[in-house]
Design a protein around this ligand. Structure first.
Ligand SMILES: CC(C)(COP(=O)(O)OP(=O)(O)OC[C@H]1O[C@@H](n2cnc3c(N)ncnc32)[C@H](O)[C@@H]1OP(=O)(O)O)[C@@H](O)C(=O)NCCC(=O)NCCS
Length: 179
């Protein structure tokens, strides 16, 4: 069973462990270049949790996928990672959809994402969400414009959270815990 929920700052280690499990190719796609283990840990250490949301997909209590959303004023930058065994099963699409709702409800009207030009899965998800894409060499900049928060977006987030609370009762290993 997959539980989707935002991680707490004390769970930064669980997020780092997920990023460190990515294959070399997925790590390159996630960070737009090669990063050693120490740099991945440093990336997580630098997260300002007062302005970032890490929305995770937990399977059997382990973080197997995550969206990192960095909020800054009326915009946000998004990066996503799904571990190899769980790719191509719809998880990425679900995480991005939920993250957009959260960004919208926190005042973001624009979300940006960078990926490599041959990242077909990411570009498929971005295309479905009407991204404005700009190709620059091997890189693609995806720009998403979000409508203002409304009753519907607030209700969507509440429903998402309610669903997560219910699935966590069935999957206690996914409960918050420091790592
Ligand atoms: C990119 C990534 C986030 C996608 O997540 P995912 O869970 O594998 O993707 P999903 O299963 O939700 O969706 C994949 C979509 O791509 C489509 N797809 C799969 N292979 C494809 C291909 N070769 N060409 C075109 N589309 C393809 C799928 O059909 C699906 O579209 P659909 O839902 O309309 O059918 C994931 O593969 C990943 O973490 N990669 C490494 C890190 C990364 O690239 N991050 C992005 C930059 S920050």
């Amino acid at each position: 069973m997959t539980v989707f929920r935002a991680l707490f700052p004390a769970e930064a280690g669980r997020y780092a462990a997920h990023l460190l499990r990515l294959s070399a190719a997925d790590r390159r796609s996630r960070f737009m270049g090669g990063l050693c283990d120490a740099s991945v840990r440093a990336h997580v250490d630098r997260i300002d949790w007062s302005r970032a949301i890490v929305l995770a997909a937990l399977c059997e209590g382990e973080v197997r996928g995550a969206v990192e959303l960095r909020l800054a004023g009326g915009s946000a930058e998004l990066a996503i990672s799904i571990e190899g065994a769980l790719q191509n099963q719809g998880l990425g699409g679900v995480l991005v959809r939920r993250a957009f709702t959260m960004a919208r409800n926190r005042g973001a009207r624009r979300v940006e994402l960078y990926c490599q030009g041959d990242n077909h899965r990411m570009l498929r998800i971005a295309g479905r969400l009407s991204a404005l894409t700009t190709f620059d060499g091997g890189e693609v900049h995806c720009d998403f414009h979000l409508p203002a928060a409304d009753t519907f977006s607030l209700a969507m987030e509440a429903l998402d959270r309610g669903g997560s609370a219910l699935t966590m009762m069935l999957e206690p290993a996914a409960m918050p815990r420091a790592a």
